[in-house]
Ligand binder design. Structure first.
Ligand SMILES: Cc1cc2nc3c(=O)[nH]c(=O)nc-3n(C[C@H](O)[C@H](O)[C@H](O)COP(=O)(O)OP(=O)(O)OC[C@H]3O[C@@H](n4cnc5c(N)ncnc54)[C@H](O)[C@@H]3O)c2cc1C
Ligand SMILES: Cc1cc2nc3c(=O)[nH]c(=O)nc-3n(C[C@H](O)[C@H](O)[C@H](O)COP(=O)(O)O)c2cc1C
Length: 577
């Protein structure tokens, strides 16, 4: 029951609300009660549960930071900023890269959206921020905060960067008003309710209660896990010619109800090679069919070794745990389980091996830029996979996933998921697009071109592609030529590095065409870079800066600012790895 005065306010609010506002209030209150996020003192009737207006009114100024690699955290934070501004909260939105670190100690309310990259690491743009919050001399006594961590639960260290930053902020004296929330790749359905909960908790002035609350985010209908597709390989061939030093395969997979957009990637967890599994089983002298529980699921030992647990190139942290079980001194270095079992045998083989199984981590997924277009290719999804080659001593080896995919026969069943990349999307149809994608960097641009062709997009398209030799390494040559003939591709420049004495790369071709490229940029073109992070993407950005400096007669530093502005506007987009 409400006391009379509150009943009046409530009735007036309802009377004056639009239908949409009523639906929103209904959802908000239901969420608040369901989540158990009301502080203890307010959970009973008559004690003044916070309404949306009071909750938001108390957070008058908010800093919203994001740390993002592929744009998901940025897109979430940007949406948050739109909501908070609409609610009248003065909001400062920034990437942690651009944020002045000395301001952190002056902030009162902070919400941070941060993703995890690599093996539990922060995004590259967040390294400085990440290191700064680890500095014990930093004092953040005034700060009240909440961290939303984006990650992928298929990785061994789920949302680790978010976990680390959340902990460090607390250690620096800040008050965690919103419990850390980890979200998987299906994060999109949960973020809105997280923000509502977070704003409610930030504005709560009671001590302790709010900080203890668990921010349970209502699960959208249909389950909480990312969609796993059951696909079938229908095509797998080498795009390189016989004489090439490389192997890059075009792989087509058929699957039902595909939902992705150009710019997204396909995620796949590769199985371990059968000979490796057999060798581990032999060394462990264990019954392959023995049933065991691993990370809350039941498997046979063989199944676990074949498709779930990482056996190759184990991280040092796993090697250290193995050393404890084996009771041996083992150097702190990455190695395979086979080498560990061979060089540092277990004392009680079968018994100890069951313990070893428990310290193994899941095989991490690998991502491949999707090279098909939803418009043009229907129930097929295509990827462009280069063999990852490296030497172990004298022996040339292939990477686990690329090695598997290159040899995967047609008709093989493959499970995969879609990794959305909000930061690498096509612009509206009337905008011009410049695509720089040497090697497998061409993959998303094949998707872009098919998509723009199918949509009849009127914007111009310019592709810079590069590889070693035109005769053996011109990936998708026939399709590219056909796009040029039909006019879908307005411009094409190829840089084949080893066809002449001096090496020529995409950035050299860009410089050659600097004046036209700058004209496209000035008339609003969007520019995309995909492929190797190092050194390609750095060299390309440097070339772009030089082109801008020359064409606009600016210093290199001023041209850099022009480039930064393009990034801020979302007109310079990168998908590099
Ligand atoms: C967003 C994104 C998009 C991508 N798109 C594409 C794409 O379109 N096409 C593409 O081909 N790739 C793409 N990649 C890269 C791809 O995801 C994989 O990283 C790549 O195929 C290598 O994986 P792998 O399993 O073959 O190699 P891994 O087995 O993971 O090996 C990777 C590296 O680890 C080291 N290593 C592994 N084992 C050993 C060992 N025993 N001893 C010493 N060193 C070792 C080597 O340096 C090796 O190169 C993309 C990556 C990202 C993040
Ligand atoms: C190469 C790579 C490594 C990743 N490593 C991890 C990881 O160790 N732990 C995790 O939880 N998520 C990991 N992720 C998943 C990302 O955190 C997740 O996709 C997130 O939505 C990306 O957000 P962003 O676009 O803002 O960077 C990884 C993603 C990629 C592409």
């Amino acid at each position: 029951m409400l006391v009379e005065a509150k009943k009046d306010i409530f009735s007036r609010l309802i009377k004056e609300a639009t239908h949409d506002e009523l639906v929103w209030m209904n959802g908000f209150l239901a969420g608040l009660l369901d989540q158990g996020t009301l502080p203890a003192g307010r959970a009973q009737s008559g004690t003044g549960a916070p309404s949306v207006t009071t909750a938001s009114a108390q957070v008058d100024k908010l800093t919203l930071l994001y740390a993002s690699e592929t744009g998901n955290a940025k897109s979430v934070a940007t949406k948050f900023a739109t909501v908070t501004k609409k609610r009248g909260i003065k909001t400062k939105l920034a990437s942690v890269e651009q944020y002045k670190l000395t301001d952190l100690a002056k902030e009162k309310y902070l919400l941070l959206v941060i993703s995890t990259q690599g093996d539990g690491e922060p995004p590259i743009t967040a390294v400085k921020f990440y290191n700064a919050v680890h500095d014990a001399s930093l004092k953040l006594d005034k700060l009240q905060y909440g961290v939303l961590a984006l990650g992928d639960s298929s990785y061994p260290l789920f949302c680790q960067a978010g976990v680390d930053v959340d902990r460090q902020l607390e250690l620096r004296g800040a008050t965690r008003k919103v419990p850390l929330q980890k979200l998987d790749t299906d994060y999109a359905g949960y973020t809105e309710s997280w923000l509502d909960t977070a704003l409610g908790l930030l504005s709560d002035s009671t001590e302790g209660g709010a900080a203890q609350a668990v921010a349970k985010i209502p699960k959208p209908a249909g389950g909480s896990h990312k969609k796993i597709y059951d696909g079938t390989v229908i095509t797998n061939f080498n795009l390189n010619d016989r004489d090439s030093a490389k192997r890059t395969h075009h792989i087509e997979i058929e699957a039902e109800d595909l939902a992705y957009a150009p710019g997204d990637a396909l995620g796949i967890v590769p199985p371990n090679p059968t000979p490796v599994v057999e060798e581990v089983l032999a060394l462990a002298e264990i019954d392959a069919q023995q049933s065991i529980e691993w990370r809350d699921q039941k498997y046979t030992v063989k199944e676990l070794l074949a498709i779930k647990a990482q056996l190759l190139y184990l991280p040092e942290r796993v090697v250290r745990k193995y050393a404890e079980i084996a009771g041996q001194e083992i150097p702190d270095t990455r190695m395979s389980l086979v080498d560990l079992l061979r060089i540092y045998p277990l004392k009680n083989n079968q018994e100890d091996f069951l313990q070893v199984l428990q310290i193994l981590e899941p095989i991490a997924p690998r991502l491949y830029s999707i090279s098909s277009s939803p418009e043009a290719h229907g129930d097929e999804i295509h990827i462009t996979v280069a063999r990852d080659q490296f030497y172990v001593g004298e022996k040339q080896e292939s990477g686990l996933c690329s090695g598997y995919l290159l040899d995967v026969p047609v008709d093989t069943k493959l499970q995969f998921y879609i990794h959305p990349n909000k930061g690498f999307k096509l612009p509206p149809d009337d905008k011009d697009v410049i695509m720089i994608g040497p090697g497998t960097g061409v993959a998303p641009f094949r998707s872009f071109l098919f998509e723009r062709d199918a949509a009849g997009a009127e914007g111009r398209n310019w592709l810079f592609f590069g590889d070693q030799h035109i005769s053996s390494d011109f990936l998708y040559q026939t399709e590219i030529q056909s796009f040029l003939e039909t006019g879908v591709l307005t411009e094409f420049n190829g840089a084949f590095s080893r066809d002449q004495e001096n090496k020529v790369y995409v950035q050299d071709k860009m410089r050659e065409r600097g004046a036209e490229l700058f004209e496209w940029l000035e008339s609003g073109a969007f520019i995309y870079i995909c492929g190797a992070k190092e050194p390609m993407s750095f060299d390309v950005e440097k070339a772009l800066t030089e082109i801008i400096a020359t064409q606009k007669e600016l210093s290199f530093t001023e041209a850099g600012k022009y480039l930064d502005a393009l990034k801020e506007e979302g007109r310079l987009l990168k998908d590099v790895y």
